[in-house]
Design a protein around this ligand. Sequence first.
Ligand code: 5GP
Ligand code: ZN
Length: 152
Amino acid sequence: MDKMTLEPHYDDDCIFCKILKGDIPSYTVYEDNIVKAFLDISQGTPGHTLVIPKTHVKDIFAYDSDLAAAVFSRIPRIARAVQASDPAITGMNIVNNNGKVAYQSVFHSHFHLVPRYTDDDDFQMIFKDNSGNYTPDDYAAIQAKIKAHVED
Ligand code: 5GP
Ligand code: ZN
């Protein structure tokens, strides 16, 4: 595993690093050497949980594949625990915001596990269908631009 990213590194100004260091309390539901999972203070829906790497990583763009593998591999187990905590949970949105424009407000990467109960349980995501505005050439041009930037 890559020592650069998996070795804990804290940012003194980061609220989630303060939680990792124990300077700020949290309702922790799971932790190991790689991740900590704790209740989001906002409780968007009951059981709303955050999973964070135990090292300061700003956003998804800063992960290397070792850290990604280590963090992502833990998410299904934590998601299952949240799901099992209440029989009323019928689904879950897993959300990862990157950048202010994408609603990131804490710049220590985290994954929201938002249990879903009903259609009107206080959580919404809107996926607009803009396909009517795209021709096959438009899709192909976007595809080519992204493909050209995939790193080895
Ligand atoms: P973001 O908007 O960056 O995707 O999500 C940040 C989340 O962190 C928000 O949902 C917010 O409620 C949560 N949060 C911010 N400060 C604290 C805190 O001190 N403790 C906990 N448990 N959650 C926090
Ligand atoms: Zn941090």
